[in-house]
Design a protein around this ligand. Structure first.
Ligand code: ADP
Length: 162
């Protein structure tokens, strides 16, 4: 049986924290589909296409990782992809409450879909896309936080904005 997992998120933009979860997830599952969520509640810095492009570039060395985007209910998307599992990363206790709610509702919606939590690498426990954008906005270096191609994309975005 092929095990397929979906790793959903905003990835606005992808960070080393995401990449760590994706890389480790790809060792556990036969295939990991990283799925960028069309989230109408958040005003993103990068378009869906830009986020997908950056994710493709930074994961191209991992054979069993695919990048996609989706609209609508996550469990429906998971089923459509013939996946059985949702991968989520946990950074801090603060992530826990939301993640527990999301996992419970997803189980209620489709009991065949399991949520698989991975603890952050300690090195990245403070790292989020929001923090990266906050730092990059003021032209401070983010090379320890994101791959080079993402750092360059952030610089381009913020220089176009100023
Ligand atoms: P969302 O808006 O759905 O939380 P994100 O792009 O912020 O989307 O995160 C996608 C997934 O990656 C989530 O499961 C999140 O917990 C995880 N993640 C983000 N940053 C880190 C990190 N530094 N360490 C571990 N997991 C992380």
């Amino acid at each position: 049986m092929t095990t397929i997992a979906v790793c959903p998120g905003s990835f606005d933009p992808v960070t080393y924290g995401h990449l760590d979860i994706i890389t480790r997830g790809a060792k556990v599952f036969d295939k990991v589909i990283v799925a960028v969520l069309h989230n109408r509640n958040k005003e993103p810095l990068f378009s869906i296409e830009e986020r997908v492009h950056l994710l493709k570039e930074v994961t191209k060395h991992i054979e069993n990782v695919e990048i996609d985007s989706f609209n609508g209910l996550l469990v429906d998307y998971v089923q459509k992809q013939k996946a059985t599992t949702i991968i989520r990363g946990l950074r801090a206790v603060s992530d826990f409450e939301y993640e527990m709610q999301a996992a419970s509702i997803n189980r209620k919606l489709n009991s065949e879909v399991e949520t698989f939590f991975m603890m952050t690498n300690n090195q990245y426990s403070y790292l989020s896309s929001s923090i990266v954008k906050e730092v990059a906005k003021y032209n401070a270096p983010v090379s320890d936080l994101v791959p080079d191609i993402v750092e360059a994309a952030l610089q381009t975005k913020y220089s176009a904005k100023s």
